[in-house]
Design a protein around this ligand. Structure first.
Ligand SMILES: [Zn+2]
Length: 121
């Protein structure tokens, strides 16, 4: 058995497990979230006499999300902007953590396989 390789792999696995523990914290939160992205939209209404035709675009806050493969759009009233932005950010945090947990898990499995190889008689 290659003790040095085993020692390095064990360190790798411990480091990944600690990383996994940190990333997963974002998922343990209890704050409500909304599946969507909040952003400001600027558009023209199409009336040639409107100010938007001269570059003063109509601005509104919207939230978009994907539902059954389609992108849905909802206009966000001013009084809900802060709330929905916060909940959307929480959603992005959880999704980000999920992606990292997935990547770290794959690395852990690879290290575990290597440890098995080194320890095999
Ligand atoms: Zn207009």
């Amino acid at each position: 058995m290659d003790i040095q390789t085993l020692s390095r792999l064990r360190q790798d696995l411990r480091r990944l497990a600690a990383e996994l523990g940190r990333e997963i914290e974002a998922v343990f939160g209890r704050a409500p979230l909304v599946k969507g992205t909040v952003y400001e939209m600027a558009r023209k209404c199409g009336k040639p006499s409107c100010a938007c035709a001269r570059g003063e675009l109509h601005r509104s806050t919207v939230m978009s999300w994907s539902h059954q493969g389609k992108t849905r759009l909802m206009s966000v009233p001013p009084e809900r902007r802060t709330e929905l932005r916060g909940k959307s950010e929480e959603y992005q945090r959880v999704r980000g953590a999920r992606a990292k947990v997935s990547a770290i898990s794959k690395k852990m499995l690879a290290v575990i396989d290597q440890i098995e190889q080194v320890r095999r008689e």
